[in-house]
Design a protein around this ligand. Sequence first.
Ligand SMILES: *Cc1c(COP(=O)(O)O)cnc(C)c1O
Length: 403
Amino acid sequence: MEEFRTYVSHLECGLESDRYPADVLHGLSKAGRPLLVRYDLDAVRREVSRDDWAARPEHLWRYRELLPVRRTENVIDLGEIRTPLIPIDELGGTNVLVKDEGRLPTGSFKARGLCMAVSMAKELGVERIAMPTNGNAGAALAAYATRAGIESYVFCPSDTPEVNVREIELQGAKVWRVDGLIHDCGRIVREGVEAMGWFDFSTLKEPYRIEGKKTMGLELADQLGWTLPDVILYPTGGGTGLIGMWKAFQELRELGWITGSLPRMVAVQATGCAPIVKAHDDGVEHAELWEDATTVAAGIRVPIAVGDFLILRAVRESSGFAIAVEDDATLASREIVARRDGLLLCPEGAATHAAYRQALADGRIAPGETAVLFNCATGLKYDLPPVDRKLEEPVDYARLRMS
Ligand SMILES: *Cc1c(COP(=O)(O)O)cnc(C)c1O
């Protein structure tokens, strides 16, 4: 990889907009809110072009000028490929596309965020990281931190899918199950910072995961010939990806590199855990803690999010909306897309399909509009419906088609 040139100028509080210097370690802003990375976009416009990007391999670092890493030797690379956009057969058309993030390292789009955040942690000299997770973020942290030679500690709710807990441990992190939900795990991390000397990697509590997730927006524009879809449906937990994509679109628009209107951003949640949907419908800027959160879509079981106001802002600025779907609809969607299109979605991805259908029915999405659904992880990490068919010999071949 050639030497990097980043155009980071400074960081900025997402709420108060006060400035912080680049190239030093930061957690939250003074106001206790997420920090956003800012770039010298005038210089990017003068010195870089989309053709420079087009000449590079189709991976995450293609967009390096709009990413924070300064020194190439700090890049932790596990092969972050461009993920495909796969049309599915909704209404017999081809305008519904699934961005299949399950093909990334560690099987989820958490790789984008953690690739960036761990690379920056290495650049800034971090030696020990801790994180609360519902599974996929911990797995990505474990992989990238181990590769970077950084120690990692991971805390997850006790009912986190077994495969996640095991992959985290096997990839070199120390992992604990905790009685409680992700925000309880988050408290354990926060309270241990001093005693353990670890850096808090909770969602949005360090500035660089958003930049990694931002590549979903850059990549989408790039893939679609520098135009954007009408609507993007995103399964929203901590909201990093939704916030990151919206940030990408703002930056591209300021560069003059995209034309047309920006997509409506749709935050998809489960009816069993829908704090953002409630806050959106109530017209407020911050979401309240969602009590007794439950859903089959583990990745979006996030009862409270420190970046709630940034999610709500992106949804509102884009004229989008927030929508909650029942678990039954999510599981039905997984089955529909698997049987009809041959595409196995994760439950969170399936929730976006259920939301698409719901919004089509209530008129918030029109039939001809181009919609992108995010499938955030490989469907193979989740429990699948059991099969109990067993073949007895001698085989009665005539009956095989009927069973
Ligand atoms: C983390 C995760 C989400 C939620 O992503 P955020 O950007 O944190 O809102 C959705 N789906 C899956 C599979 C995840 O792992």
